[in-house]
Design a binder for this molecule. Structure first.
Ligand code: NAD
Ligand code: UDP
Length: 343
């Protein structure tokens, strides 16, 4: 339904989301693999609101239909239940390739499947990109730096990954996915973009995702023990999901084709972060230390000078306001579903 005009663009809405009506000449057909997941669903919102046609391909391993349900029925939107390990024939202009479980408990649940998703899945998406001459963006990860010996991490650092540890299925899967991106660029001229994403949080994280932000918030809101793995002296740097989505879209549409860190350099020890969440939620939780997990990186913080220079991106949401929104989201989830025991 067309509801009016903003500048010279017509606007419409669906379920409260405002959509710019693009002329056919400007509307792209965009594939988002993993589009029913946490990051993917926010990216889909932004692309739909900009007036593009969006096709989501997802096997719903960690993603949920309800993350994109508000677009179902819109003529620009298509949801396909499909596993990227199998080839698929589509006609698209751009591919955002996100499909891959991202939290340690999920990617370690079936390591062989995680490896197949990053290798066969990325080959299939690159084959598709080559056939239809679409530009493809891979959501790689700060995990390619492993347990880094350089701090903060610039893109030029080659990393320190244990190739046979419990995190290897994910870390090495993403590393070889990056290798494949540049092999297809060099051999077949495919236009590639590689985002190395650092820890990201926000609404629609799965409550049983097992990552630190969702675990600590859910524990704090229920006044249950906040579980720190190991000493808590390890660090992470946290980015709000809206900043990430801006970065992905800017990287895709810019001219720079080398790996690019997308993250917020605001760094915390896990101990500091637990205290911060406790304060923000006014929780009475106790902080407890559990056994450290194997190969847990000791520090992580992005050097984002490449993103600043090459695509004009930097984060704009401060961690506190991002956390406030995420806490509101999880409070509602808890009201609706009762007690949640995090992974
Ligand atoms: P998520 O688990 O919420 O989303 C992943 C999506 O991919 C889910 O919808 C899942 O069902 C789908 N999927 C998994 N395997 C698939 C397969 N074989 N075929 C089709 N669909 C499949 O995770 P997220 O946090 O939204 O992460 C999205 C992407 O960003 C991932 O590639 C991840 O590696 C990358 N990333 C995320 C972070 C972060 O902090 N969130 C950090 C670094 C990298
Ligand atoms: N962590 C923790 N308690 C939890 C979940 C995670 O102490 O309940 C720690 C984890 O050991 C790591 C950091 O928090 O040092 C970030 O973990 P997460 O799983 O969010 O992401 P990672 O960066 O390790 O992939």
């Amino acid at each position: 339904q067309i509801i009016g005009a903003a500048g010279d663009s017509a606007m419409s809405t669906q379920n409260g989301y405002a959509i710019t009506e693009l002329p056919d000449s400007k509307r792209l057909r965009i594939l988002v693999t993993g589009g029913a997941g946490f990051v993917g669903s926010h990216l889909v919102d932004r692309l739909m609101m900009a007036g593009h046609e969006v096709i989501v391909v997802d096997n719903f391993f960690t993603g949920r239909k309800k993350n994109v349900m508000h677009w179902v029925g819109h003529s620009n939107f298509q949801l396909i239940s499909h596993d990227v390990v199998e080839p698929i024939m589509l006609e698209v202009d751009q591919i955002y390739h996100l499909a891959c479980p991202a939290s340690p408990p999920h990617y370690q649940y079936n390591p062989i499947k995680t490896i197949k998703t990053s290798t066969m899945g990325t080959i299939n998406m690159l084959g598709l990109a080559k056939r239809v001459q679409a530009r493809i963006l891979l959501t790689s990860t700060s995990e390619v730096y492993g347990d880094p010996e350089v701090h903060p991490q610039p893109e030029s650092y080659w990393g320190n990954v244990n190739p046979i540890g419990p995190r290897a299925c994910y870390d090495e899967g993403k590393r070889v996915a990056e290798t494949m991106m540049y092999a297809y660029k060099q051999q077949d001229g495919v236009e590639v973009r590689v985002a190395r994403i650092f820890n990201t949080f926000g609404p629609r994280m799965h409550p049983n995702d097992g990552r630190v932000v969702s675990n600590f918030i859910i524990q704090a809101l229920q006044n249950k023990d906040i579980t720190i793995y190991g000493s808590g002296e390890q660090t992470r740097s946290f980015q709000y999901v809206d900043d990430l989505v801006d970065g992905l879209i800017m990287l895709m549409n810019g001219n720079y084709d080398q790996p690019t860190n997308i993250g917020n350099p605001d760094e915390y020890t896990v101990n500091e972060f637990a205290k911060f969440i406790k304060e923000l939620t006014k929780s009475e939780s106790e902080i407890m230390h559990l056994q450290a997990t194997t190969d847990d990186p000791r520090k992580r913080r992005p050097d984002i000078s490449v993103a600043r220079k090459e695509i004009g991106w930097q984060p704009v949401v401060d961690v506190k306001s991002g956390l406030t929104k995420t806490i509101e989201y999880f409070s509602k989830v808890l009201e609706e579903s009762g007690e949640i025991l995090p992974t």
